[in-house]
Design a protein around this ligand. Structure first.
Ligand code: ARG
Length: 366
């Protein structure tokens, strides 16, 4: 579809009709005809970003879509300015633990060599170091990314929880690395309400889940860098990041400390350890004053969201496997129902995009 058609479709959405005047629509058409581009006002951009969130079939946190805040970073040109805006994102959205939904929008992509990209999947992730014997220290999910930044000269402390640097590409130039200032990385040490030994596992996680590699598409414009964040569902951490066999895989260590029989599947040692870990995550975040939601509350909110949307005459496209929590899904209401099928052409939306041009170490220092 042509830009003018996509823009027209966007400005015809009910939320936009009430926001823009006939004069404004004419100005948009004129800009597209004259320059092949147009610049949404901050209000239009925020309305579009809220609808993109509401439309995203994989997000189970859409109950809160109306509360999204925008940080308009479209004027950032250099990698340094982009990094500064990312620190603003972390500061404003983390809000000292009272997390709030925020999207930071950089300039839209005009040409392949006129775009901003953040290579990191999330603003905050932990490094994964693979040693010669194949063992990983840190997050196995980040082994490849960690190797790439090390090829660029980065060195982490080598702990299980080293925060990775941001890798920013601007306008087709070689990527630039930025260490995240520690004051912008709020973390929670994981402790348990009854097991004193739990703290000795030295587990921790970060407060802010900020997805940074998706493309925000609004009105025919592609915002290739638009990091967004809300808050964690505890089970994302306790029933995936820390417990997946292919991630931190801590259940065997917990089960051993609990004295469970790990030789028999039927002892349900994994399930018992998983439950204690997830209780520990929710307890630790609460103790640290960091907002997190449990999967039962999150699921109930998602069902309430569907009811509200249905009353407003809107469909709620959703993917069952993404909406259900990783822990005890059948004890939540999101398990026992079906959803409107996802519509992959629905816009505005957050969409996956290819990683930025392969990072090449030869382009460094040339
Ligand atoms: N599951 C991802 C993680 O654990 C985060 C995805 C977004 N989650 C969120 N609550 N906004 O890092």
């Amino acid at each position: 579809m042509r830009l003018s058609q996509e823009a027209e479709k966007f400005y015809s959405l009910p939320e936009l009709i009430s926001l823009v005047s006939a004069d404004r629509l004419q100005a948009v058409s004129r800009d597209i005809a004259a320059a092949g581009c147009y610049t949404p006002t901050p209000d239009e951009l925020l309305a579009g970003a809220k609808i993109a969130w509401r439309n995203h079939a994989r997000c189970s946190g859409r109950y809160s879509w109306r509360s999204l805040q925008l940080l308009d970073a479209r004027s950032c040109e250099s990698p340094e300015e982009v990094a500064e805006a990312c620190w603003d994102h972390l500061r404003v959205s983390t809000n000292n633990g009272r997390l709030r939904p925020v999207v930071t929008v950089f300039k839209p992509r005009l040409e392949p060599d006129n775009q901003v990209r953040i290579a990191n999947a999330q603003l905050i992730r932990y490094a994964g170091y693979k040693s010669a014997d194949g063992r990983v220290t840190g997050d196995p999910d980040q082994v490849e990314f960690t190797q790439r930044v090390m090829d660029m000269g980065w060195r982490g402390a080598g702990t299980e929880f080293d925060v990775l640097p941001l890798v920013i590409f601007v306008d087709g130039k070689p990527p630039v690395l930025f260490e995240i200032p520690p004051e912008h990385v709020l973390e929670v040490p994981i402790i348990h309400p009854r097991f004193d030994w739990f703290k000795d596992l030295n587990l921790r996680w970060h407060a802010n889940p900020a997805i940074s590699n998706m493309c925000l598409e609004i009105g025919g414009l592609r915002y290739t860098a638009a990091p967004f964040s809300g808050w964690y569902v505890g089970s994302e951490i306790g029933a995936r990041n820390l417990s997946d066999v292919g991630r931190y895989n801590v259940l065997p260590r917990i089960a051993e400390k609990m004295g469970l029989d790990t030789r028999r599947n039927a002892s349900l040692w994994r399930d018992r350890a998983l439950l204690e870990l997830n209780e520990a995550v929710l307890f630790s975040y609460a103790e640290a004053g960091v907002y997190v939601v449990d999967h039962h509350t999150a699921a109930a909110q998602f069902v309430a969201h569907i009811e509200r949307e249905t009353a407003a005459g809107r469909a709620v496209p959703a993917e069952w496997s993404w909406i259900n929590p990783a822990m005890s899904p059948s004890t939540t209401p999101t398990f026992h129902r079906t959803y409107d099928p996802p519509d992959f052409d629905l816009r505005p939306n957050f969409v996956k995009q290819d990683p930025p041009e392969p990072w090449s170490t030869d382009t460094q220092g040339l």
